[in-house]
Design a binder for this molecule. Sequence first.
Ligand code: NDP
Length: 246
Amino acid sequence: MEKIALVTGGGSGIGLAITEKLVQNNIRTIIVGRNARKLADTKQQLGSLCETFVYDLSNHAGIPALVDELFKLHGHIDILVNNAGIHLKKEFTEVTDEEFQRILSTNVTSVFALSREIVKQMLAHDLKGCIINISSMAAQYGIPKVIAYTASKSAVEGMTKAMAVELSPKGIRVNCIAPGFITTNMSSSALDSDPERKQKVMSRTPMGYLGKPADIGEAALFLASDASAYITGVVLPVDGGNSIGF
Ligand code: NDP
């Protein structure tokens, strides 16, 4: 049976590179995001194995209906990549409760709600599957001015382990990729206006350069494939050594 993947935020940056890699390997891939134009451009670029669905994942109440509709349209989903995420760079004391909740709503609650609904359907359809979450260096060590983002990505890593122990016995592997500093719009907005931070990033990255979205695509393909059949509950840094750099 042909495999079908769902990649959140598949219309740009890391999500686009993951989608590209899955499609190149004949995996039909549904991408979900808020921006219809971005999704349509990606479909045009990647062709008929790429399917699009416009949805704002911070609308948690609608997620069960979304997943129901996707299963009705496509029959099954075997691979879920929880990639969509938002970032906030701001002094600790200036972050409001609303801003903190906004980051958690997209980066944590959506990941939980979407995974729960997909897993329910996988189990109901007697499917084996896998889930890949995306965390960050912010969950590996302390980075200043990203309190909400750090809380969210640390939660993603914790949820990966909690999901893996509960779901692996049912045939659903759950893993996480912790990207280092990868060249996308998100990292540009955090680094380009802050040469000091960029210098710090480079100085502790043994490989000496920023990663490409395709580096994460390769790791996601591995974790989605049978090549990783005995791997579950891991957080895989794909970071040029940034997380172990001095
Ligand atoms: P981008 O900003 O390029 O992509 C983020 C994607 O998430 C967009 O496609 C966006 O789509 C989607 N998205 C955001 N909010 C929502 C929402 N409410 N509903 C649906 N889709 C949403 O960032 P990156 O590609 O850099 O980041 C991808 C992931 O990788 C994130 O989880 C990020 O935290 C993580 N990461 C990135 C690193 C980097 O260096 N770039 C490092 C470590 C982790 P749309 O605008 O259409 O809604």
